[in-house]
Design a protein around this ligand. Structure first.
Ligand code: ASP
Ligand code: MG
Length: 477
């Protein structure tokens, strides 16, 4: 039997969607719903919520030589996984899975003892420790799917997700992955199974375990979807997709039905933590739509992310705010922007691994905004050797994103009249021309965001925003 690629959907469930037996049950119901519609499903799961952090803590403890600390964390994780499996599975399926869970934990314990004995944790070994989270969750979810009549079958992601040996942030090898998926996963789909694989983990061609970096399960889903030329990728989380702004600030915020990859990328950078767009690039490049959906509210249509933005009547799709920023004003008194000056400034920032959000320059000065961090006083001290430096904390960046900014004249005027009552410090329109950002005092964020939202989302385009939900809730902008 051959598989119609449009009928193929890769469904990724994050840590909260597999955090306990109840969540895993919800996940099974969602996958069942897709199969009832005649779709072929492939499932990618994260580790159970918080497990990755705990494995990293165990690895770090072992690396310090604290064997008891590492073993205690592992013992707690073993209990959590076996307890969840007991609740999740019927007696026969639990009996079949239990030895596999213990085998994994025995291997983890051996590894932690080894690390503690040497007292040294390498990046390679850390990847191996942390891989147990997804190895375990995927086995459990596969067994649950089998019990729910979804023909779940576990696939060790490391047999398919081939990467280089850059431990901790390994780079996937597209061609090799496509070949492995065709060899190991496609035949399972062809006989009507639901392959279940852990996200985040992979291996080198030599078979050494690697990871794709934190939050890497979305990346796995995009790689699997891209490699199999799937019809869609669904990222199931615990929010209703991407919203016009933070609903805690603006209760009338609307779900954005459809957004471009570029817009989502700008938003992620400004702190909207739904997903990291770089990780879905393998799908976007193949024009496979990526949906962000809510596993606690499966009826909701979520947000569709596509390579090309559909036309929108209003200039903006979203307003994001990033707090806890500091402005550094650097005035080059002596060197007057001479050759190499900017480099000298950025070298200092680089040395302290200080992330810069926004830069604006004039003839003799540079203003930078940076994430507040405890090393700022040292950074200022170093910069003071080459310039006069002033620092101002408690700032926030407001970022307005939308591809349709391009077609609208006079947008800046409208934005600034909406916030005319707050003090605006730095303004920039990104080179991408799809965002407009400015700096204000942290205490003005709520007021500014509300005012902007009132101005730009009073009459939303129903093709792009979920206006029905606003009508149903009886609220207006
Ligand atoms: N479990 C991994 C993490 O917490 C990967 C993921 O959840 O996407 O970073
Ligand atoms: Mg995640």
């Amino acid at each position: 039997m051959s598989v119609a690629r449009e009928q193929l959907v890769v469904m990724k469930f994050g840590g909260t969607s597999v955090e306990d037996a109840k969540a895993m049950g919800r996940t099974a119901a969602i996958v069942g719903g897709r199969r009832k519609k005649g779709l072929e499903t492939i499932v990618v799961v994260s580790a159970m919520a918080k497990v990755t952090d705990q494995l990293l803590a165990a690895a770090a403890a072992a690396g310090r030589g604290d064997k008891a600390g590492a073993m205690a964390i592992s013992a707690r994780l073993r209990n959590r996984h076996t307890d969840t499996a007991t609740e999740l599975l019927d007696a026969a399926r639990f009996a079949a899975l239990e030895p596999a869970i213990h085998m994994e934990f025995d291997a983890l314990d051996d590894l932690l003892r080894g690390i503690a004995a040497v007292g040294e944790l390498t990046a390679r070994t850390s990847d191996l420790v942390v891989s147990f989270g997804e190895r375990l969750s995927s086995r459990m979810v596969a067994a649950a799917f089998d019990q729910h009549g979804l023909s779940g079958v576990h696939v060790d992601a490391r047999t398919c997700i081939i990467t280089d040996a850059n431990y901790g942030k390994a780079v996937p090898q597209g061609g090799a992955i496509e070949a492995k998926l065709a060899e190991f996963v496609l035949p399972l789909i062809e006989v009507g199974k639901t392959p279940v694989m852990g996200g985040f983990i992979g291996s080198t061609v030599e078979g050494i375990t690697t990871t794709l970096g934190r939050g890497g399960s979305d990346y796995t889903a995009a790689l699997v979807g891209g490699g199999l030329h799937a019809g869609a990728i669904e990222i199931w989380t615990d929010v209703n997709g991407i919203m016009t702004t933070d609903p805690r600030i603006v209760p009338e915020a609307l779900r954005v039905k459809s957004i471009s990859f570029e817009e989502a990328a700008e938003l992620a950078y400004f702190g909207a933590k739904v997903l990291h767009p770089a990780t879905i690039l393998p799908a976007v490049q193949k024009s496979i739509p990526v949906w962000v959906l809510n596993s606690r509210n499966a009826e909701n249509e979520g947000t569709k992310i596509t390579a090309v933005a559909p036309h929108c009547r209003s200039p903006f799709k979203c307003i994001a705010a990033k707090k806890k920023l500091t402005i550094i004003d650097i005035v080059a008194s002596r060197m007057l922007m001479s050759h190499g000056y900017l480099k000298a400034v950025f070298d200092v920032l680089d040395r302290y691994k200080c992330v810069v959000d926004m830069v604006s320059t004039s003839e003799v000065s540079i203003s930078l905004t940076v994430d507040s961090n405890e090393r700022l006083p040292e950074i200022v001290e170093e910069l003071s050797k080459i310039a006069d430096v002033k620092m101002e904390g408690n700032k926030a960046l407001i970022c307005m994103v939308g591809e349709d900014i391009r077609g609208h004249n006079g947008i800046a005027g409208q934005v600034f009249s909406a916030v005319s009552h707050v003090n605006v410090r730095m303004i920039s329109q990104g080179a991408s021309e799809i965002n407009m950002s400015f700096m204000i005092d942290e205490e003005d964020v709520e007021e500014a965001v509300r005012s902007l939202h009132r101005n730009f989302f009073a009459d939303p385009d129903a093709a792009i925003f979920d206006v029905e939900a606003r009508v149903a809730a009886g609220t207006t902008a």
